[in-house]
Design a protein. Structure first.
Length: 449
């Protein structure tokens, strides 16, 4: 019998989001890859058995409008919801995308036991970070995939969930010297090299978002570098300190379908213009978030749970209750772009989606670990794929179907091979390599509580 009882109540979110998606969901055509997979699975004998997905929340406004106004000396447009909350546009985009993804997975062989179209309680697990935008995104995923089933995500009762906030909570202190050296190497050897490399991006941001006031955009004149908080969390100093979030805000404005006159004050005329303004946002990831030492000390808890879900027999010291929740056909974790960046770095996965900077993680982007079984010899394989809407797919909320699929990139590592269901890698090899990236926490926290 289907049940929503394992899910923490989010009735207020539910009431809000019901309004957001008034009008219902259109039936979706199966994605092109799924159509091909459905035909070729019979020949290649690969069946999708489990999906473990780490997703980013959907479109949201800037994090702090007042701070943004002070930093630039200009009045930034406000969205229809409070700062950092998921918008109705963002909810609809995630819900429609979720329906598309579920159709794709089912066409590839994923089986979910259900009652009256709603998954049984042991078939699905959704866990979201504690922010409104992540909890509401978890709800959008559930509603998009299983409308009318009354499902909602689990989330922690704590103010910060260690699963998504390992670095902020100082659970595994960084080797600050090592991080600094890795950042400097990525800068080109020195902060001055970074300043020269990003000179055009800084000048462009100054021209687009800064007022003529004398003290406007002072952050653009600060020296490049890296600093560490008391907890050991690293942060880039200089133009990226505010420039990254400003560039992200411009992307969110365009994705939200704000009037063009409001997107970067009229400078975000189209998707290409927005991409050009995202250089300082990309710098945050190129120079810091994607460094191995920083990623390992920020994402080990999260990756460890994802690996335990895929390979429970090899999970070290994982509580039985955790494995029962994670070892389900469909596991979805909802966090932030920083979480995905840390996990993808440890997996050695890089991508270039059309219209975005390298390794960019747009709103609603999902890192999917798809576990397949070769029915011919019972071997297990893993397809690692990242998918996200394009800027214009977000802005227009374009229907996703066989002719208009989600842009995607696949991991291609040692031992991986091309198949009719995508590029598959030996499950045991991927899990073993990923486990070597994990750091041991002196005092492991309780999770999923």
């Amino acid at each position: 019998m289907a049940s929503a009882t394992p899910y923490r109540s989010v009735s207020v979110l539910k009431q809000l989001c019901t309004v957001m998606i008034a009008g219902g969901f259109a039936l979706l055509s199966l994605p092109a890859a799924a159509d091909q997979a459905g035909t070729s699975n019979r020949a290649d004998h690969y069946q999708l058995e489990q999906v473990v997905m780490l997703g980013r929340h959907g479109v949201r406004p800037q994090g702090n409008t007042a701070k943004l106004n002070r930093a630039t000396g200009r009045q930034w447009p406000e969205f229809s919801v409070p700062d950092n909350h998921l918008t109705g546009h963002g909810y609809k985009g995630v819900a429609d995308q979720a329906a598309y993804q579920l159709a794709d997975w089912r066409a590839r062989g994923l089986r979910l036991k259900d009652s009256a179209g709603c998954p049984l309680s042991d078939q699905l697990f959704i866990w979201a970070d504690v922010d409104q935008r992540t909890k509401a995104t978890g709800l959008a995923l559930a509603d998009g995939m299983f409308p009318g089933c009354g499902l909602a995500p689990h989330f922690s009762a704590a103010q910060q969930d260690p699963l998504f906030s390992q670095a902020s909570l100082g659970l595994s202190p960084l080797d600050t010297h090592k991080v600094r050296q890795q950042v400097l190497a990525r800068m080109g050897g020195s902060p001055q090299a970074a300043a020269e490399h990003y000179q055009h991006a800084v000048a462009q941001m100054r021209r687009v978002v800064c007022s003529d006031a004398k003290d406007a955009c002072g952050f653009l004149d600060e020296p490049w570098g890296v600093a560490f908080s008391k907890s050991g969390k690293a942060k880039l100093t200089g133009p990226v300190s505010e420039g990254s979030s400003i560039a992200e805000t411009i992307r969110e404005q365009y994705s939200e379908n704000l009037p063009i006159a409001q997107v970067a004050f009229g400078h975000g005329r189209d998707a290409n213009s927005v991409r050009e303004l995202m250089a300082l946002h990309a710098a945050k990831y190129d120079l810091l978030s994607d460094t191995p030492e920083y990623a390992r000390h920020g994402g080990s808890l999260l990756l460890e749970q994802m690996l335990a879900a895929l390979s429970p027999d090899n999970a070290d010291n994982a509580p039985r209750a955790h494995l029962d929740a994670l070892n389900r056909p469909l596991v979805m974790l909802v966090g932030h772009d920083t979480n995905i960046a840390q996990v993808q770095t440890m997996l050695g996965f890089n991508w270039q989606l059309p219209g975005y900077p390298r390794n960019d993680i747009p709103p609603g982007g999902s890192l999917e670990l798809q576990r397949y079984r070769n029915l011919a010899d019972n071997s297990q394989w893993l397809r690692v794929v990242f998918r996200a809407r394009s800027l214009d797919q977000w802005r227009r909320l374009s229907p996703l179907d066989a002719r208009h699929p989600l842009p995607a990139a696949e991991l291609n590592g040692e031992g991986c091979r091309a198949t009719s269901v995508g590029r598959l890698c030996p499950l045991s090899a991927v899990v073993a390599r990923a486990r070597r990236q994990l750091v041991e926490l002196p005092h492991p926290p309780s999770l999923f509580e």
